[in-house]
Write a protein that binds this ligand. Structure first.
Ligand SMILES: O=c1ccn([C@@H]2O[C@H](COP(=O)(O)O)[C@@H](O)[C@H]2O)c(=O)[nH]1
Length: 241
């Protein structure tokens, strides 16, 4: 049974998804307890889900936050489909697979959500990780540019009937043009001016990403590693107003 959040009645307009990549659950919850669920959604990824499991997702939902479960499933169709259905059972707002898992896998994942009807999470697919640049793609045998490869995978994702993709904000204008305005674009690699890129390669500021037309921007370390994470979130939101 899924846990309902008030935002289902009271839609959240913030485009910000905070990547909760903490090793320490108490540190994560100290931040969460200092912010308003109307100001952002929370992304739970491989680190916190592996450490703290579905119960951690429930703890966030009990605090009225909508959760993007960012586990990037990439497996045979049957396994990916069951994993996506398990995420739907958990009542998450969004879940994802890797588009490079192929059309049969993405279709199986989408079909696994049919029994959930209007309560199904959004299902999106990762195109090209924002940490990758052309040289990284060449290293795995792909000669296309990141933007060209992202577009190829986004078109395939759209053909499979998913709700959108993870891409970089650099590809936003192009992917909205080729996949349509309703196709959701979720963009990590967001860096407020002056913050460190770290391992990210295809980065953009929040204001530029908003201007490029992204639907959701994923921001992790610039917020979570700031001395005042809640205040940093509020400053970013103010810059977007
Ligand atoms: O292409 C992708 C897909 C997912 N991510 C995830 O987003 C956050 C980004 O965190 P930052 O600290 O803002 O770099 C992180 O959880 C990644 O796993 C991504 O960066 N790129």
């Amino acid at each position: 049974m899924s846990i309902s959040t008030p935002s289902q009645a009271n839609a959240i307009t913030s485009p910000i998804l905070v990547a909760l990549d903490y090793a320490d659950k108490n540190a994560a919850l100290a931040f969460v307890d200092n912010i308003d669920p109307r100001d952002c959604r929370l992304k739970v990824g491989k680190e916190m889900f592996t450490l703290f499991g579905p119960q951690f997702v429930r703890e966030l939902q009990q605090r009225q936050f909508e959760v993007f479960l960012d586990l990037k499933f990439h497996d045979i169709p049957n396994t990916a489909a069951h994993a996506v259905a398990a995420a739907a059972e958990l009542g998450v707002w969004m879940v994802n697979v890797h588009a490079s898992g192929g059309a049969r896998m993405m279709t199986a994942a989408r079909e696994a959500l049919l029994p959930f009807g209007k309560d199904a999470p959004l299902l999106i697919a990762v195109t090209v990780l924002t940490s990758m640049e052309a040289e990284d793609l060449r290293g795995i045998g792909i000669e296309l540019s990141p933007a060209d490869y992202a577009e190829r995978l986004a078109r395939l994702t759209k053909e499979c009937g998913l709700d959108g993709v993870v891409c970089s904000a650099h590809e936003a204008t192009r992917l909205k043009a080729s996949c349509g305005q309703a196709f959701k674009l979720v963009t990590p690699g967001i860096r407020p001016a002056g913050s460190s890129a770290g391992d990210q390669r295809r980065i953009m500021t929040p204001v530029e990403a908003a201007q490029a037309g992204v639907d959701y921007m994923v921001i992790g370390r610039p917020i979570t590693q700031s001395p005042e994470p809640a205040e940093t979130l509020r400053e970013i939101l103010k810059s977007l107003a």
